[in-house]
Design a protein around this ligand. Structure first.
Ligand code: ADP
Ligand code: MG
Length: 459
């Protein structure tokens, strides 16, 4: 039955992968409900555990329903020297590393559909080209990613270096490349991992004196993707190893894709020769999103969730949450979840209520000075008139308008506003606020003026 399980796995993952990772597995025996599998090194043990553990368990269950757990151990656990930071020794019935949780949560059900295990980190199912919304700020990076996915390792696109701020879609594009290659050319092995993971694996290999294996493993892949390279900064050993792997792969005509928060030339703390090599392929920047892109992303996500979200609500989110697409998504998800939970449609009022904390955190911060400047400009006054003692109506009224807007658009207290308007008293500000409100009721032209000013300041 063990032979059948191995055979099945071999068919599923393919010959190359099987030989790289799984060939050395041996069955130590079945201990009650546990099948105990041995591998010669910790590195292999960890790898197989995290990438094939669920699958092995499912195959065991299918073959031999009495087996409920699969425990993967290093072959000569007892002979291995204890090392600082190494995991506790593994006597007969301790928890298998990493596997315990997933087994505890899902004792009987079959594991989630398998992502082919040549990914070093499972790919996010949502992160495909289909779900990536293209706009001006990301069209170049997107085109480069498409190109690499279609023709890995083509001249001029290797390495592909994607960079940009947090939450602008770097990881999404990398996963999309991996998915696309997997779909069109499943024979190619793609390894995607964060730079942190790379470092962790490398250090683990150093500890267990398995660096050869680490190197060979990585050098056997066709496409290597390292996400958030900035994490390697200052880690000299790991940087060095990455550099060697990188060179070896490029020399063999393999594709490298790297992401970071800055361009190669702005990444300080990495070696010059690495910087040079990183920059010698294609460098593509994911720019900050525009309002239009944010709106389209929201529209696409709402459609994907099959929830009707009024344009007004999308506008509100797109204009307020500007820095990070992840946050934008999070806000939309909250609305959708809330609507689903209470069976009510999403409206501008419900959005304001459900997201009041998010919206407040993203309030556009208008400064008093900005208000004074805009109001002065609008009424053809000088900035100093806003703070002067002049009481002429043509100066005093605009000044009141500015105070009113300061109250409406900033978090400043009345005394603070008074101080900023030429050291006036807070009652003066209070009076200005109520006077302007009153006038807005009485005089439509005036109300329009104030509203226009407000819009200009808020946009
Ligand atoms: P980064 O890696 O640059 O920090 P991610 O790729 O993790 O950012 O993106 C953050 C979130 O925003 C993800 O959920 C991603 O799907 C989404 N996202 C970013 N850009 C886009 C886009 N252009 N279209 C659709 N979703 C996007
Ligand atoms: Mg990322």
């Amino acid at each position: 039955c063990w032979a059948r399980i191995r055979g099945r796995l071999r068919e599923e993952v393919g010959e190359v992968e099987y030989r790289t990772w799984l060939r050395q597995m041996t069955l130590a025996g079945i201990d009650g409900e546990d099948a105990v599998i041995l591998l010669p090194t910790r590195f292999l043990r960890d790898w197989v555990n995290s990438h094939y553990g669920d699958r092995l368990r499912a195959l065991w269950q299918a073959e031999e329903s009495a087996v409920r757990r699969v425990e993967i151990r290093v072959a000569q656990a007892a002979a291995e020297p204890a090392m600082a930071g190494a995991e506790p020794r593994v006597p007969a019935r301790t928890e298998p590393v990493g596997l315990a949780e997933s087994l505890a949560v899902r004792p009987a059900e079959r594991p989630a559909p398998e992502i082919r295990s040549d990914w070093v980190v499972p790919l996010e199912a949502r992160f495909t080209f289909d779900t990536f919304v293209v706009g001006k700020p990301n069209e170049f990076a997107h085109a480069c990613a498409r190109r690499v996915a279609e023709k890995p390792a083509s001249q001029g696109f290797n390495p592909l270096f994607l960079y940009g701020g947090v939450g602008l879609g770097k990881t999404h594009l990398m996963h999309a490349i991996a998915w696309a290659i997997r779909e069109h050319e499943p024979v190619r092995t793609v390894a995607y991992m964060s730079a942190e993971k790379f470092m962790y694996r490398f250090i683990a290999a150093l500890r267990s004196q398995n660096t050869m294996e680490f190197k060979e493993t990585l050098r056997a892949v066709d496409v290597l993707m390292i996400d958030d390279l900035q994490f390697l900064i200052g880690k000299d050993n790991t940087q060095e190893e990455f550099f060697h792997t990188f060179n070896a792969l490029v020399d063999q005509g393999k594709q490298i894709v790297v992401s970071a928060d800055k361009s190669p030339s702005d990444l300080s703390g990495i070696e010059d020769r690495l910087r040079t090599r990183l920059g010698c392929g294609m460098v593509a920047d994911l720019h900050a999103t525009t309002y239009e892109l944010r709106f389209s992303i929201l529209q696409a996500k709402a459609a994907a969730a099959r929830v009707e979200v009024p344009a007004k609500v999308l506008e509100l989110l797109a204009s307020r949450i500007t820095a990070n697409v992840r946050e934008l998504e999070g806000a939309l998800n909250r609305l959708v979840a809330h609507a689903g939970l209470f069976g009510r449609p999403v409206t501008i009022d419900s959005a304001q209520e459900v997201l009041h904390d998010v919206l407040r955190a993203h309030e556009r911060r208008v400064s008093i000075e900005e208000i004074q400047r805009k109001v002065a400009e609008h009424y053809n006054l000088r900035l100093t008139d806003m703070v002067s003692a002049r009481r002429a109506r043509n100066v005093a009224r605009p000044r009141q308008v500015a105070m009113y807007l300061a109250k409406q658009l900033t978090q400043r207290s009345l005394p603070e506003i008074g101080r900023r308007f030429g050291n006036r008293d807070h009652t003066t500000v209070m009076h200005a606020v109520s006077r302007v409100s009153e006038l807005m009721q009485q005089d439509a032209g005036f109300a329009e003026d104030v509203t226009l000013l407000r819009k200009m300041l808020e946009s």
